[in-house]
Design a protein. Structure first.
Length: 180
């Protein structure tokens, strides 16, 4: 039987008149210590007991990026076969190899006498659009390919840096290649 009387009234009470458990420990202190121990135990269990082992599957990947209206003196600034440093969504993603470079004239659309025409941009005669194909390895996940620690998806902003350039563009295609 639980009682709150003195030890003389009921023999040995669970909680005495001073609020001490078994006459030795304050009940509030005991509850605080118990709550702390439960909290630490739950934290340890959640951090280690429920971690999932995710298999890291990597695959060769190619991405196409477009750089629009680039005025460049040396059209061979992008050397096929060389590596370039890549930043995706402002996060470093490592180095990728330049596999292909396609140069396109920078075009603008004009409406002349009700007809739509595409012509070279007269305001930037040296401007060209570049489509670069970059290759490397990526981690395959359920929702896309991850290069470095960043998801590579169409429309994602990309920055590349080489010896002579730091340029921004965006991804226009992502392809997972068959393993060699």
């Amino acid at each position: 039987m639980l009682g709150f009387g003195t030890a003389k009234q009921q023999g040995k009470a669970l909680i005495d008149s001073k609020g001490k458990l078994f006459g030795k420990v304050n009940i509030i202190d005991a509850l605080v210590v118990l709550a702390l121990l439960l909290g630490i135990g739950a934290f340890v269990f959640l951090r280690t007991g429920t971690s999932k082992q995710i298999s890291q599957v990597t695959a060769p990947v190619e991405i196409d990026m477009i750089i629009r209206s680039l005025s460049v003196g040396d059209p061979k600034v992008f050397e096929v076969g060389k590596e370039t440093s890549v930043v995706i969504r402002n996060q470093p993603a490592g180095n990728l190899k330049i596999l292909n470079v396609k140069t396109l004239p920078h075009q603008v659309t004009l409406v002349v006498n009700g007809a739509v025409k595409t012509v070279a941009d007269p305001s930037d005669p040296y401007g060209k659009d570049f489509v670069l194909t970059l290759g490397g390895t990526a981690t395959v996940t359920n929702d896309g390919l991850v290069i470095g620690r960043v998801k590579a998806k169409i429309g994602t902003p990309v920055e590349i840096e080489g010896y002579k350039y730091i340029l921004k563009g965006s991804i226009v295609d992502v392809r997972k290649q068959a393993a060699p």
